[in-house]
Design a binder for this molecule. Structure first.
Ligand code: ZN
Length: 66
C-alpha cells in the first residue's frame, strides 16, 4: 500500500511526529497525542493517548470482574 500524501506539502507520509496535547471537553481535559507530518510538521491527526485509554479499559475490566 502506498503511503498517503500530506495535504500541505504533498510528501508521502512515511513517519509522523507525536506530541502530547490536552484535549479539552466541557467537563475536563484528557491526555491526547497529536500526529504531525515528518516533513513539514503540519498536524495530521489528534487522538486520545493510547496508554491512557488502555489503562482506563484495564481499570474498567478489573472493576467489572471484582
Ligand atoms: Zn507535510
Amino acid at each position: 500500500m502506498e503511503p498517503g500524501l500530506c495535504p500541505k506539502c504533498q510528501s508521502p507520509v512515511t513517519e509522523v511526529n507525536a506530541a502530547e496535547v490536552a484535549i479539552q471537553s466541557a467537563h475536563r481535559a484528557i491526555k491526547g497525542v497529536s500526529l504531525s507530518c515528518g516533513n513539514c510538521n503540519t498536524v495530521l491527526a489528534v487522538t486520545i493517548d493510547p496508554t491512557l485509554m488502555r489503562n482506563q479499559i484495564a481499570a474498567a475490566v478489573k472493576q467489572a470482574i471484582s
